[in-house]
Design a protein around this ligand. Structure first.
Ligand SMILES: [Zn+2]
Length: 851
């Protein structure tokens, strides 16, 4: 008895104390702020969601949801905020610890007053209507895609990656459908014209990896080492499934075996099923136990190329690597989403490359990552790999070229420093230590730092926390044709502190064989002693092993030589490096546009490697439109067009032939060449055995519509009529006004983009914007720039994660004028408190006109 009274007294005192302790009420902000997430992480633990969704057959009917959230609370100093990004009428009923709650709904949060809460275990039950934003509902199926912060659009939750929770899911679905989720099916029960699926409770997973798929699907199951694996799909072409299914499972099993062996950790979850989704937004998404893939990436057409096969193998390996990197160990916050992406990519290469021995993987890595990464890193808007993220609602802005392209380069550098074995050992320790939990890049670096003498923290401060790149130049003194002094000079391109130390390989090019010298650049000036006394070479390339990162300024002699003789370099990897360096020297105004374009035209037919060849064509297009004035372009056009047309006739390789045709169509401005292209488009002229697909003909038609304004209507109307697929027809109909010869039609189309409804098909919008801002219409396009900038915040709010960048990229596409720079500067000056993420994206895309 006594004990009981004392106990009650203590509870009352604790309660009073807790009330006295109440600090400032926590702000209820839109999105999920870092402050809220940090507070919840400290205060909330052992979260279990029991969810039940009742899915109707009709796509427009509501999905009713019931949910119980159980969790432990360390203190009750603040009201509890549960994230739910939906209209208030979607919440039907809330109970907290069996009491009905007078809750508040504010700024995408259900706020439960602290008086309903208690220390220790709490249970909140919510009846709601699920939000449709991220349910991807179709007539015969639906699937969730909740990354990065979209779980809160479907059901009320604590939507942050470091509050991992167990999920217990129940789905009621139409009887003719099937359902797949993170956990295995425990039981299936018929109920009227529905089936109720009860899934096994998951292990602790973050909200963004919770997922399910329901609908009409077929399945294929395979056994491997005593376990079942099932693929679900909607492909009705039986032969297509048969042709691919073995290879898909084989790749999956190979990837699983490799990852288990490399990490020393058996597959960390209970099952691995996967679903091929038609027109899936991404290549894949690593939902535990229910991984999603784009169907067309798995089911390849007959006789696929080596490249297609490699891409598929890589995709399966990428998603499988995520089961360890991202799913087992998750980043603490979405600012380091790059961490899971970089490992998935990096290990996928290790898994698949050995199966494609004929490919030059180092050249592929170079071309895949360096040009894209420099595209951002050379600008004033460059962002570091490690970024700041104050609110998850902005998590989309963290994604971009630096994450996808610079981080693999930096990761390879890290492995170079630690050595392969230590790198693997470090990753094993990291995975073990943080299993089913969260970890940051700093946690990993702390582990690797123990395994190597190099100061990795210092290295990471420069390569991961700092934006931009180094400028690396050469100082060469000579006497009687011999080198007397060769010094590498380096500085930060933007004059920021910190050293871009790296290991470079200098290649000194001679007529009979090249001389390689390894140099560690760890000072602003590094003397290359080994070069003293050597004959003066034809050229020097500082990043000869294709590992170096930066702007490698070419000296005068190397520049002149490479512009004429790149093709004479035997090593294709070194040729790739040389062309990237030449383009960066063009961009930094160390080479003129005319010289660069002439160099490509001169050497294109001598380039045997297809990867280098494609990169040259891509550089040709941007140099032609950006780095030539109108009069320069007019005077050089015939020569460039003629050369490309001649190569197009001669080329035997159909892939290269197609690239040549599309490039020619992109750059052709002369009446004669456009007449020839018109004949090709009309099928009056054949180009060898090259088959012109609907997609190719549409691109040519669009370019012709701009170059031949008087025929534009006829061309586009004809092309629309030619298209049989209704989705693709709608696309061209949407773009058509941007190609009109009537200025007022183009203007009205641009105005229509102010309405978010007209921006729903984002890839259509960016294509149309590129035509509106075509270099030949720059003057008119200047009128669109201010409004395009004004709309940016709204574009971010209503669009998907990649849209703001793509929008700007299309709007600034080939603007060259000082006036465009003035408009942009004026906008930035007028908006001093503009969101930093968007400001950087403007600086990245307007870089050319701001210089
Ligand atoms: Zn990924």
């Amino acid at each position: 008895m006594n004990v009981r009274i004392q106990f009650i007294a203590i509870i009352i005192m604790v309660g009073l104390f807790a009330q006295c302790k109440q600090s400032q009420p926590m702000a209820v902000e839109t999105g999920v702020s870092k402050t809220l997430a940090d507070y919840r992480k400290q205060n909330i633990s052992n979260v279990v969601y029991a969810l039940h969704f009742d899915i109707p057959e009709k796509v427009l009917d509501d999905i009713k949801g019931k949910e119980t959230i159980r969790f432990n609370l360390a203190d009750t100093n603040h009201d509890l905020q549960i994230d739910f990004r939906e209209a208030s009428d979607h919440i039907k009923k809330i109970n907290c610890n069996k009491q009905s709650v007078a809750y508040q709904f504010k700024n995408e949060h259900i706020v439960i007053p602290r008086k309903y809460l208690k220390q220790g275990e709490n249970t909140i039950a919510i009846d709601f209507i699920a939000g449709n934003t991220s349910l991807n509902r179709n007539d015969e199926y639906l699937y969730t895609l909740l990354v990065p912060d979209r779980a809160r659009t479907v059901f009320p939750c604590f939507d942050q990656p470091n509050l991992k929770a167990k999920f217990q899911l129940k789905l009621s679905i139409p009887s003719v459908w099937i359902a797949v989720a993170n956990g295995a099916v425990l039981k299936k029960e018929p109920n009227a014209n529905k089936t109720v699926y009860q899934f096994a409770m998951t292990k602790k997973i973050p909200t963004y990896l919770f997922g399910f798929v329901a609908g009409k699907f077929q399945s294929v199951t395979r056994q491997y080492k005593g376990k079942s694996y099932t693929m679900y799909h909607r492909e009705n072409n039986v032969a297509k499934v048969d042709n691919n299914v073995n290879a898909i499972f084989q790749q999956l099993f190979q990837s699983l075996d490799w990852m288990e062996q490399y990490t020393g950790i058996p597959y960390p979850f209970r099952k691995y099923d996967f679903i091929a989704i038609p027109s899936f937004q991404y290549g894949g998404m690593e939902h535990i136990g229910a991984t999603l893939y784009r169907a067309s990436s798995l089911f390849l057409d007959k006789n696929p190329t080596q490249n297609q096969l490699l891409r598929r193998a890589n995709l399966i390996a990428h998603e499988t690597s995520h089961m360890w990197f991202g799913d087992l160990v998750t980043m603490r916050w979405f600012d380091q989403v790059w961490l899971k992406e970089v490992f998935a990519n990096y290990l996928a290469d290790k898994i698949t490359n050995p199966y494609f021995p004929k490919m030059n993987h180092r050249l592929k890595f170079l071309m895949a990552h360096y040009p894209s990464s420099y595209h951002v890193d050379r600008t004033m808007g460059a962002n570091p790999i490690n970024q700041k993220l104050a609110n998850l609602k902005d998590a989309g802005s963290v994604y971009g070229r630096i994450i996808y392209h610079k981080s693999p380069i930096v990761m390879r550098m890290l492995e170079g420093i630690t050595g392969e074995q230590n790198f693997q050992k470090g990753l094993q320790i990291y995975l073990k230590k943080y299993s089913y939990s969260n970890a940051s890049w700093e946690d990993l670096i702390a582990i690797l730092d123990q395994l190597t003498p190099t100061d990795l923290k210092e290295w990471s401060r420069n390569w991961v926390d700092k934006a931009g790149r180094a400028t690396v130049g050469l100082m060469l003194q000579q006497k009687n044709g011999k080198i007397t002094n060769l010094t590498i000079q380096q500085k930060d391109s933007k004059g920021n502190d910190g050293a871009w130390n790296q290991k470079l390989q200098l290649v000194l090019g001679y007529k009979h064989g090249n001389k390689k010298i390894d140099v560690i650049t760890n000072q602003s000036a590094c003397l290359v002693k080994e070069a003293e006394g050597l004959p003066v070479p034809n050229f020097i390339i500082c990043n000869g092993n294709a590992n170096g990162y930066g702007y490698f300024q070419l000296d005068k002699q190397s520049k002149v030589y490479l512009l004429k003789h790149c093709y004479q370099i035997n090593n294709e990897l070194l040729r790739g490096v040389a062309w990237i360096n030449l383009y960066e020297n063009l961009y930094e105004r160390n080479i003129t546009g005319v010289n660069f374009v002439k160099a490509i035209v001169l050497q294109l037919n001598k380039e045997s490697n297809t990867l280098v060849f494609s990169q040259m064509l891509s550089y040709l297009k941007s140099a032609y439109w950006l780095f030539l004035s109108t009069s320069q372009r007019n005077s050089i056009a015939k020569e460039v067009e003629g050369k490309l047309y001649q190569l197009l006739q001669k080329e035997q390789n159909l892939g290269r032939k197609l690239s040549l045709l599309l490039s020619l169509s992109n750059i052709a401005i002369s009446a004669e060449m456009n007449a020839k292209l018109y004949a090709i488009w009309k099928h009056k002229t054949e180009i060898g055995k090259l088959h012109l697909s609907e997609k190719t003909l549409t691109v040519i038609a669009c370019n012709l519509a701009i170059q031949l304004p008087r025929k534009s209507k006829e061309i586009i109307d004809t092309q629309i009529n030619r298209i049989s697929n209704s989705d693709r027809k709608k696309r061209l109909q949407f773009i058509a006004p941007a190609l009109s010869d009537d200025t007022s039609v183009r203007k009205a189309f641009f105005e229509s983009l102010s309405d978010a409804k007209n921006r729903e098909h984002e890839p259509w919008v960016t294509t149309a914007l590129r035509y509106l801002n075509h270099p030949t219409r720059q003057k008119e396009a200047l009128n669109y720039l201010p409004k395009s900038l004004d709309l940016l915040e709204e574009v971010k709010f209503t669009g998907d994660i990649f849209f703001p960048y793509d929008w700007l990229n299309a709007c600034f596409y080939s603007h060259q004028s000082a006036e465009a720079g003035r408009i942009t500067r004026h906008f930035l000056d007028q908006h001093t408190d503009y969101p930093t993420d968007l400001r950087l994206k403007i600086l990245q895309n307007a870089d050319f006109v701001l210089r």
